[in-house]
Design a protein around this ligand. Sequence first.
Ligand code: UT7
Length: 339
Amino acid sequence: MIRGTILGTGSYLPKFRLTNAELEKLVDTSDEWIATRTGIRVRHISGPGEETSKIAAQAARQALAMAGISPEELSQIIVGTITPEMTMPSCACLVQKEIGAVNGYAFDLSAACSGFLYALDIADKQVRANPDSKILVIGAETLSSRVNWQDRNTCVLFGDGAGAAVVGSARGERGILAGKLFSDGRLWDLLHMNAAPSQNPFLGGEDGGGVDPSRLGTPRKDSGSYIRMVGREVFKNAVRAMEDAVAQVLREAGVSASDIDLVVPHQANIRILQSLGERLGISQEKIYINIHKYGNTSAATIPIALDDANREGMLHRGDMVLLCAFGGGFTWGAELIRW
Ligand code: UT7
């Protein structure tokens, strides 16, 4: 049987790190509240030259190098993002130019925090239909540009970053065993962001003054484009939806929760992941967590975590690896991979 499989991973985090202590100076919050309620201690914020396509390209180069694939061999580039620096051309086309992937075609996919999972599922189906395909799947975000740095309910949660995976075909037991994607637009307003051009205050603001953390408190004119979230409601929906998606994927693959070697989930809140583990009967040691270092980077959390786990030697050939995500839309899903 031919399946899509991950041949290489990569990631890139912007150089500037914003700690909880620095956020204490901007809004009425505390390191203690952020760490205990979310698990986050630090997040990375993009600066000049670290636009979404640029950090995506950095992650892509690493993934290609690990896979031993040249950019010219790529048949598709899919970027999951809700924070492209341009509406047109797509972030994926800019990545294509940046890395010199002169063959194939590129497009963006908008599924919020589930963007990487959606893109991976599409890549798997493409590879099954055309086993010679080599597809670059990326999750990349610069959410710092869309956060209201005066709203403590949201500004402590998000960070910037990019992760990438090269998907090719595998015969036999290896590869993506099952995947399930879902969406439900009825509760869209619990987590949303209006479309509007914007940039983060670190990028210099209107006077182009370069990276300056003190700009974070500067109100912007395009206030309608900020991320808005009813956190507690999103939390409850996230736990329920991911539990259901995982159960369906395991059932489809004929695998039980005790067979899972590592869960690499979307990193939105450490308490969501603890709750998910308890409900699924998967021990906490098997749930990969890096939210303390990066915060919630939306579509980028899963590929960054996958790359971290990969480079830490936590993924072994034959391991059963489970990915799951939940995000605005709502969108959610799960993918099961035999590594
Ligand atoms: O990635 C897409 C999916 N996103 C998610 O899955 C995120 C889901 N939601 C969450 O992670 C959590 O709901 C939050 C971390 C956003 C909030 O945690 P919570 O335990 O649900 O807190 P809450 O919103 O119910 O607020 C509890 C209290 C409130 O004060 P009162 O009304 O009880 O006096 C908030 O005003 O905490 C207050 N609060 C804060 N206090 C200090 C909210 N944000 C902060 C803050 N610092 N940054």
